[in-house]
Design a protein around this ligand. Sequence first.
Ligand SMILES: Cc1ncc(COP(=O)(O)O)c(C=O)c1O
Length: 353
Amino acid sequence: MAPPSVLENCLEDSNSETCPDINWEDIGFSLVPTDYMYVMKCAKGEKFSNGNLVRYGTFEISPAAGILNYGQGIFEGLKAYRTEEGSILLFRPEENALRMKAGADRLCMSSPSVEQFINAVKDTVLANKRWVPPAGRGTLYLRPLLMGTGASLGVGPSTEYTFLIYCSPVSNYHKGPLNFKVEEKLHRAISGFSGTGGIKSVTNYAPVYPATTEAKAEGFSDVLFLDAATGKHIEEASACNMFLVKGNAICTPTTDGAILPGITRKSVIAIALDLGYQVTERPVTVEEMLIADELFCTGTAVVVNNIASVTYKNTKVEYKTGSETVAQKLRKTLLGIQTGTVEDRKGWTVRVL
Ligand SMILES: Cc1ncc(COP(=O)(O)O)c(C=O)c1O
């Protein structure tokens, strides 16, 4: 008889049924260590195989690893949602798998197949199912990483790749009303194939810390980046896409290599069209943002959230917020599909349990 798989062992673990004694709503978006993480490796030029669940914790890595020396790494973010009936759903995980593959191709990395990615996510959720918060009180955030872990001194693609998924229960990403500041000095990315803003490269995030740190010290929730070529168009915030509403029309900046093609963004566009709104993807100027009725951001972590104000060149512009906004209507439908209370007519959800 075959030995029990790691997943079976996890599920038999006495701890796996015990509900953690934590106040789910207080977690916010900070790391809560869970029980297991998923690890799968492959040598350069080969295919990933034989992934395993291992106890969550620190792991060994060569000081000469590609990820540590040359930033050869990408990540993903998706959530597992508990329904009222107690089952667990994922939202469009194949989109995360495909985006990871696009990023891996761009950075010359091997990547898991879509099937391997989804199965690994499912195994990680099942092994940590006691950490999926009850319906309406939060979600289990999953963080797949793909990194060059082979050792080499010279600049070049790594000789080994590691795919790892860890997770943490989360509740709200932002606290209170969102007040954004337009960043005029630092740009997040450049457009076209030369840019890496369109993939979730680990190297995209730290370079804008000076801007986000300064904005947060001034009391802002986040910064809004402008295009590097002209500084006239809005792009995105540090981890979410942007939309504006004027009358019945919704528009969002085109993803042209500089902006991450968000899965929430894509889903919100589809939901808005279904609800009868006119939606356009095109370059959006700062000027038109300043005269919009409503501004909102989208992302796995932030869901769909109204932006209460934007400050540009020391002038603060306020926008409509509250339950009657377009953003809140879109948020309600999206969250309903994700948590199983609104019929999933598009086949976006994948049941794990
Ligand atoms: C830079 C950036 N933009 C947008 C998003 C939103 O993407 P998604 O809706 O796929 O979470 C994220 C988060 O993944 C991000 O890091």
